[in-house]
Design a protein around this ligand. Structure first.
Ligand SMILES: [Zn+2]
Length: 334
């Protein structure tokens, strides 16, 4: 999902109307802040939006209200190598103090060819206090001709010293319809039914839906559900099958955390079903024909225990415990 499927300008991206409005307002008044903090769920277009904003700021066609998409600057943004668009991403899970120092040094030189150099600092929630402290001065008063755009996951804490120095722009999940439209533009072109299921399971995060589309995740999820779906088999499941399934899950490696998120969505839907409440995302597309009607439904207690087991597994993965072992314990507890 990392490229411009449609126009290059941020105004042409689907969704995020509030963010567009906020930024267009600062454009109109000619008062862009030194730094924006784009805060929202992962996979909803924060990085793409930052690139689209950088393109609009540097478009050579001054009669065009945003980014024209065809001038020399826009073409460089489109191909992904504009010399004045700098991206700092976490290394081994965090933005490090050395990265911040190098960035501050680079900013002491004027932009190569553009009016405004844009620096995108991704996932600043990963910064530890010392890296954040080394950023504060630049964040407060960056050298002229520079705009900093920080992104952060809305479910994670960002240091207050960073937030107070930025204009915060909230990002949100997209509608199912917009997510389906974005999926339809992917080279994999899922059929409409699959696209709707992916959109619902991603809860409106095209990035996450794209991950589901490009990996084996949904297939593995269906397998896991078919293994654990029948509560009548509790304590009577074939350990060999469970161990084999755990191995397949562990193969997902760094995609295991989003996979566990998917599992929680399914459990949550089962919980709503058990309480006779309308399901939030309609994950029944994950059940293979026959699973749904087979056996009695899981008890509330079993479902809560299942959710707790997934939470424990998430914590263990965050502590770098052995993936296969975590999956084995999880499956035996679901
Ligand atoms: Zn242009």
């Amino acid at each position: 999902m990392g490229d411009f499927g449609r126009g290059i300008c941020f105004t042409e991206l689907l969704g995020q109307e509030k963010a567009k409005k906020l930024i267009l307002r600062s454009f109109a008044t000619g008062r862009l802040p030194h730094a924006f903090l784009f805060k929202g769920p992962e996979g909803v277009g924060k990085q793409l939006f930052a690139r689209g904003l950088a393109a609009a700021l540097n478009c050579r066609d001054h009669d065009h209200p945003g980014a024209c998409g065809s001038c020399v600057s826009c073409r460089k943004f489109r191909s992904g190598n504009h010399p004045d668009f700098m991206v700092i991403s976490p290394e081994k899970g965090a933005i490090k103090i050395e990265q911040v120092r190098q960035m501050c040094q680079a900013l002491s030189y004027p932009p190569y060819e553009s009016d405004t150099r844009v620096v995108l600092l991704e996932d600043v929630h990963t910064m530890r206090a010392e890296a954040a402290n080394s950023l504060l001065k630049t964040l407060e008063e960056p050298p002229t001709d520079n705009l900093l755009i920080l992104t952060a996951d809305s479910s994670r804490e960002v240091l207050p010293t960073i937030i107070s120095r930025c204009q915060v722009v909230p990002f949100h999940y997209l509608s199912e319809q917009d997510t389906v439209r974005i999926l339809a533009e992917q080279p994999e072109r899922p059929d409409p039914e699959a696209a709707h299921l992916l959109a619902r399971l991603s809860e409106g995060s095209p990035g996450r839906a794209g991950l589901f589309l490009k990996t084996e995740m949904i297939g593995i999820m269906k397998k896991v559900i078919s293994v654990i779906a029948d509560p009548d088999l509790d304590g009577d499941r074939d350990p060999g099958t469970l161990l084999k399934t755990a191995e397949v899950m562990a193969e997902l490696k760094e995609n295991l955390p989003p996979f566990l998120g998917l599992l929680k969505i399914w459990l949550r839907d089962q919980l709503m079903l058990a309480c006779d409440l309308p399901k939030r995302c309609g994950s029944e597309g994950l059940m293979q024909t026959g699973d749904a009607g087979r056996g009695k439904s899981r008890s509330l207690r079993q479902l809560f225990a299942g959710l707790q087991a997934v939470n424990r597994a998430e914590k263990e993965l965050a502590r770098n415990c052995n993936r296969t072992l975590v999956c084995e314990v999880l499956l035996f507890n679901l």
